[in-house]
Design a protein around this ligand. Structure first.
Ligand code: ZN
Length: 512
């Protein structure tokens, strides 16, 4: 026999496709030819596979070897196909029986010494194999826990090509996957660590309850980062679908912890302002990798010192914020990743970033305006909550009774508010208030009585409030009512919402 076929899986973005690895050995000058759209890394597979086969004590067939990956139209990347290629060509050469690999998906990279190395994206690959009706998979030992997350899949693990060959020839067994770790997922920083900061705490509670994007203006040390980091701790745990998506994205990016459990906590990503466009939205050579905005999918994307980000990178966020997806154009086809995030921006009021706040600032009004205008209007337009935090000393002075309510208590209120909103908008398909279009809230039956919105309408007439700003305050008012367990927003809910939109009046007084 001079032909053999072994199954593998290729990934494009989040979606896996079963790939047939064919090997044909014929008489002719000894050579290895790879066909089927291989990228550079796959071409290197030729040398890796050869060294691994020889160093595993196998005989290298000195014939003309053609390895073909099907379907040819599917872009393929990386080193995931190494082990399958080695098996196919050894079986094609008659060194291995093919029967034990019938209907088995083989995944893994080979080291030159014949060790089987872990690869990224095991979870979506194994899930794709299961979706294609396959039930057995052989994976690198380090990836085995992750592979067992896919229900109904029989997972065998290997640490070396030598072990795999021995298994196929009827010698050793495969290794069992390590048992999953049962300890609960770490919860991350807790709101109980923050004393005071009532206004900031309230803002992130409303943001969590309504799914609203949030921007915080304030001098260094005002607690912007501490607040943002704690937003995930008051968001609900991920449901099954979201947990699978988030875990798969971390697997593809190679940042999934090796503990073999689904990610249930909403993720938190805080890329530095020097981050490249590729780091932020995704990219890289070959097929594109997910960026911070996709790693924050179903969680929080925090951009600290937002005006310091290069203009193009902030602009690139607008489209994904709109659609909840990132589409990365590549010569060999587009790659798409989900990117439904809650955005939190933080900024110092001016470039000098004096921790004492405005009274120590030497910047002119023009410099300050220019600095903040680096965050473009269209981006700010999407942000429902825009607050100003006081400098830390003023904040401490203003704090009479230190609030140290833990995240768990706040999370309960957030969950109730979210349930109320989801029930109200169920017929329209919206989950949180932030998704509700403004005109919908201005129409019956959701239009608020004139008395409740009198101050807002006066603001509109004076020109101190835009139509979009008006809609955002309405959305926030519904979230505030949901948090307080009211059926409809009252006039005071609207007033409170306006505070979250226009910044805290107290904070402003404290600064001047
Ligand atoms: Zn300044």
């Amino acid at each position: 026999m001079s032909y053999a076929r072994v199954l593998c899986v290729g990934l494009v973005g989040m979606s896996g496709h079963v790939v047939e690895v064919e090997a044909d050995l014929s008489v002719g000058l000894p050579a290895v030819v790879l066909t089927g759209l291989p990228d550079a890394a796959l071409n290197e597979a030729r040398d890796r596979v050869r060294a691994a086969v020889v160093n595993s004590g196998q005989h290298w067939p000195n014939r003309r070897i053609t390895v073909n990956l099907l379907p040819a139209t599917l872009p393929k990347q990386g080193s995931t196909f190494d082990v399958a290629i080695a098996c196919a060509l050894l079986a094609g050469a008659g060194e291995l029986p093919l029967q034990p690999l019938e209907g088995v998906v083989v995944l893994g990279e080979l080291g030159l010494d014949g060790t089987v190395r872990p690869v990224r994206g095991i979870l979506p690959m194994v899930a794709a194999a299961a979706a294609a009706g396959l039930q057995r998979v052989i994976v690198p030992l380090e990836n085995a826990r992750e592979a067992t997350m896919v229900p109904g899949m029989a997972v065998g693990a290997v640490d070396s090509l030598r072990r795999l060959v021995s298994f196929i020839c009827g010698g050793h067994d495969l290794l069992p996957p390590p048992p999953p770790i049962v300890a609960p997922e770490p919860r991350g920083p807790d709101l109980a660590d923050i004393a005071g900061q009532e206004f900031g705490r309230y803002a992130i509670e409303v943001a969590a309850a309504g799914g609203h994007h949030l921007s915080m203006l304030g001098p260094p040390g005002a607690g912007k980062t501490m607040l943002a980091e704690r937003l995930p701790s008051i968001l609900p745990e991920l449901d099954d679908t979201s947990a699978l998506e988030v875990t798969a994205l971390q697997s593809i990016a190679g940042v999934l912890p090796a503990d073999g459990r689904l990610v249930r906590r909403p993720p938190f990503q805080a890329p530095h302002h020097s981050a490249s466009l590729a780091a932020l939205v995704g990219g890289g050579t070959g097929l594109a990798r997910p960026g911070a905005i996709s790693l924050a999918h179903r969680g929080v994307l925090f951009l600290d010192e937002a005006p310091e980000f290069a203009n193009g990178t902030l602009q690139a966020l607008r489209q994904p914020l709109e659609s909840g997806r990132v589409v990365l154009a590549r010569a060999r086809g587009n790659t798409e990743y989900p990117a439904r995030v809650q955005l939190v921006l933080a900024a110092n009021p001016c470039p000098c970033a004096n921790p004492g706040g405005e009274q120590f600032c030497q910047c002119t009004a023009l410099v300050r305006r220019r600095y903040l205008s680096r965050i473009s209007g269209p981006l700010l337009d999407r942000i429902d909550i825009q607050i100003t935090l006081p400098p830390i000393r003023a904040a401490q002075l203003m704090t009479t009774a230190a609030t140290t309510e833990p995240s768990a208590a706040v999370a309960r209120r957030v969950a109730q508010a979210r349930a109320a909103a989801a029930a109200r908008w169920a017929a329209d398909g919206w989950l949180v208030n932030a998704e509700v279009p403004g005109p919908h809230l201005r129409r019956q039956p959701w239009r608020l009585p004139p008395k409740a919105t009198a101050a807002l309408r006066a603001g509109l007439d004076r020109g101190s409030l835009s139509a979009r700003g008006f809609d955002r305050i309405l959305r926030l008012a519904w979230t505030i009512a949901d948090l307080d367990g009211r059926q409809r927003p009252s006039g005071s809910d609207v007033d409170e919402a306006a505070q979250l939109r226009l910044g805290d009046a107290h904070a402003r007084q404290a600064e001047h």
